[in-house]
Design a protein around this ligand. Structure first.
Ligand SMILES: [Zn+2]
Length: 404
């Protein structure tokens, strides 16, 4: 089963009954977390056995399903806490700070045609939440192959989980093999005897990261006498950076996947697990590896949702091997890969050919055949470039003047 959380804004403010429910719910979650910590249990059922009766007394009017769902959320918090304790980073009692509540799909009703949620508060009291429905939202609401999962209510928006069974991947008619680099995906597209070099450029991501990194450093220096403000501002910077980067990565993933879908391509990517860049500084490493892994996660998930077959390939030697004669070069070279046999090609493109060859040799790409010789021409197709992000920033830089 696949899930996709869709965020909806509300047409008007949350009714006060619902606000009280959020507060109650948060309280119930935090109480359950405390009870769970004391009794050393983390599963929803154990929490429920442990605390249900007390809770019924403390929250006599709360809809029983919401209470069960509070145990579920608490169990999640406890699991995360336990994970952090094992890693040695947790401190203190975990609690939910954000005002929120979660309702399982039996505990609310969504009128998909009208875009109205009916949320029970307690016996005899329901509230209606009118959703702001854009085209994107409408597409999901009207798609009856999607069923409804849980509902998360926040003070100013709600998140509806849509779910469906993973569709069967289509029959492969071509292959798109991409080598993932710091600033771009570079590779080849193969269909029949035709081969083409392709590129998806996300160099903007590194620029955004650098800019925000500098800004945060400046902030911390400027507000060094006020750590609370510094932390607040720097977290805000972090959130903005996250949104901007994520937005670009989604765009890149969509561009790549739309192309693959149209051409019925098998998508071949390298398996990034275990790859460590050379630079030793922790921050550099995080800055440079994170977007690539994130991009892969987004691509893989979206591909699963759309039924696009993706194959992950061990990238070892892919940038040092000659796809024609199989020689492995001793060391990494410059921008171009050159072999004694006469083969030479852009290093990244060469790597993607090796990835594709590995995938084909393992039978991943069906009966696909291709000859590496076909790519030595200079035609390049752009799948994505920064100019395609023609949308203006949701949170423009205009209001950061006061900060920097
Ligand atoms: Zn060679």
């Amino acid at each position: 089963m696949l899930f996709k959380g869709i965020v909806f804004c509300l047409e008007s403010n949350l009714p006060s009954e619902a606000k009280f429910l959020l507060e109650d719910f948060r309280l119930a979650v935090n109480n359950a977390v405390r009870a769970g910590l004391q009794a050393r249990v983390t599963s929803r059922n154990a929490l429920s056995r442990l605390a249900y009766r007390d809770f019924r007394e403390e929250h006599p009017k709360m809809y029983a399903q919401h209470l069960v769902s509070a145990f579920e959320v608490a169990a999640g918090v406890l699991r995360n806490h336990r994970k952090r304790v094992r890693k040695g980073v947790a401190c203190g009692t975990p609690y939910v700070k954000r005002l929120m509540m979660k309702a399982e799909n039996q505990a609310y009703k969504l009128d998909r045609a009208a875009g109205v949620i009916d949320l029970p508060i307690r016996a005899g009291c329901h509230v209606k939440l009118r959703l702001v429905v854009s085209q994107y939202h409408r597409r999901h609401l009207d798609d009856m192959s999607l069923s409804l999962g849980s509902l998360t209510v926040l003070p100013d928006q709600v998140i509806v989980a849509f779910r469906k069974d993973a569709p069967r991947p289509y029959t492969i008619a071509s292959a798109l093999s991409l080598d993932t680099n710091e600033r771009s995906l570079d590779g080849v597209f193969v269909k029949g005897d035709d081969g083409m070099v392709v590129k998806a450029d996300f160099s903007e991501v590194a620029i955004i990261q650098q800019r925000h990194h500098d800004r945060r450093r400046k902030l911390q220096k400027k507000k060094s006498n006020d750590r609370r403000t510094a932390r607040f501002l720097s977290r805000r910077e972090g959130r903005r950076e996250h949104h901007r980067v994520e937005y670009r990565l989604h765009q890149v993933a969509n561009a790549v996947l739309s192309f693959a879908e149209k051409q019925r391509s098998a998508l071949v990517l390298e398996d990034l697990r275990g790859i460590r860049p050379r630079r030793s500084r922790e921050l550099n490493r995080r800055l440079s590896m994170w977007p690539r892994r994130k991009l892969h996660r987004i691509i893989e998930y979206k591909a699963l949702w759309r039924g696009i077959p993706v194959f992950k390939v061990d990238p070892r030697y892919s940038s040092r091997t000659c796809p024609i004669c199989g020689r492995v070069q001793d060391s990494r070279m410059g921008a171009e890969f050159a072999c004694e046999c006469g083969w030479h090609l852009d290093r990244h493109i060469n790597a993607s050919i090796n990835l594709l060859q590995t995938a084909v040799s393992k039978g991943m790409a069906g009966g696909l055949r291709f000859s590496p010789g076909a790519f030595q021409h200079d035609v390049m197709m752009t799948l994505y470039e920064p100019a395609m992000a023609a949308r203006s920033e949701p949170n423009g830089t205009s209001d950061t003047g006061a900060v920097t």
